[in-house]
Design a protein around this ligand. Structure first.
Ligand code: IMP
Ligand code: MG
Length: 182
């Protein structure tokens, strides 16, 4: 149950940060890189819900080699735009990940807590490798030292919405990325 006040439920003001075209071009580039890097590796892409959904749908169609997809649910307890470091994972992949190449797919890496806990969990299953691909990176807020292999864009310090990313569960359906300006 959220503790959001009325002000959080209203209409947000935002500026365009990354356009649909710009995002589409960047995802095609990343898809091509992954196709080269993982040729013959039969990777499993593990998307972190819900922020990964739009990015993952586009990314997998930009990859030209055989892949598999799985998802994991991550809930980070948050109050509107404020995140803290309590991340709960659930509904993770049930396939055998031993000796498999895993690519974690995230919408935005901010503190790094979510990907950090997921990497720790997946490592227990003894995969051949674990890497991260994220549409957006916010490196200035990092609390965990995570190494990201593929980054779409640097979102700086902005709180961003759209393309799967939310504020109070809304705006995930915007087909571009905006920065909230209040
Ligand atoms: P983390 O801080 O790296 O663990 O990221 C946790 C989660 O915070 C992400 O998966 C997003 O759901 C959310 N998040 C962090 N920054 C933003 C943002 O700018 N917009 C929307 N969600 C964000
Ligand atoms: Mg969120």
């Amino acid at each position: 149950m959220s503790t959001l006040g009325k002000k959080d439920l209203g209409v947000r003001k935002f500026d365009l940060l990354f356009s649909q075209d710009k995002i589409a071009r960047r995802i095609r580039e990343i898809g091509a890189e992954i196709s080269r890097d993982y040729e013959d590796k039969d990777p499993i892409l593990v998307g972190i819900l819900k922020g990964c959904v739009v990015f993952m749908a586009d990314l997998i169609r930009a990859i030209s080699i055989p892949i598999e997809i799985e998802f994991v649910n991550a809930t980070s307890y948050s109050n509107g735009q404020i995140q803290d470091d309590k991340v709960v994972l659930s509904d993770g992949p049930e396939v055998d990940l031993r000796n498999r190449h895993i690519l974690i797919v995230e919408g935005v890496v901010d503190s790094g807590n979510t990907v950090d806990i997921l990497i720790k969990n997946l490592s227990l299953m003894e995969p051949a490798s674990i890497e991260i691909v994220t549409l957006l990176d916010k490196p200035n807020d990092r609390q965990k030292d995570v190494n990201i292999k593929y980054i779409g864009f640097d979102a700086g310090d902005d709180f961003v919405i759209g393309y799967g990313l939310d504020v109070s569960q809304k705006y995930r359906n915007l087909p571009f990325i905006g920065k909230v300006i209040d």
